[in-house]
Design a protein around this ligand. Structure first.
Ligand code: FES
Length: 112
């Protein structure tokens, strides 16, 4: 799936949120490589509308942390409950996608 995001966004920011099939997807460029991961936190379902620090994505709600390369949870939320998302069952790792730049300057996500 070709996502119509100009790669120029990464001249100012290291990450962006886009919507694919009605779900937010976080796309980041780290050390020259593109990464993409579902952007719904497994804790309580908040969107991961956040910057990426190194490979670490920190949920703005309760600070659960994920590795954008793998979607693995690397730090639990700092508040209870530790039950899963209230709106849907999400179990880490969050889904990740291959992301690449196209020759015409856009980002392409490989979705299953
Ligand atoms: S919703 Fe993300 S840490 Fe709570």
């Amino acid at each position: 799936m070709k996502v119509r995001i100009s790669t120029k966004v990464f001249e100012r920011e290291n990450s962006i949120i886009t919507w694919v099939n009605n779900r937010p997807v976080l796309v980041a460029k780290v050390e020259g490589r593109l990464y993409a991961m579902d952007a719904v936190c497994a804790h309580m379902g908040c969107a991961l509308l956040t910057k990426v620090n190194g490979y670490t994505v920190t949920c703005p709600a309760h600070e659960a942390q994920y590795d954008i390369r793998t979607g693995q949870l690397i730090a639990k939320a700092k508040i209870r409950p530790e039950e899963g998302c209230e709106t849907e069952k999400i179990t880490p790792p969050l889904k990740t996608y291959q992301a690449s730049e196209t020759s015409d300057g856009f980002i392409e996500l490989k979705m299953d």
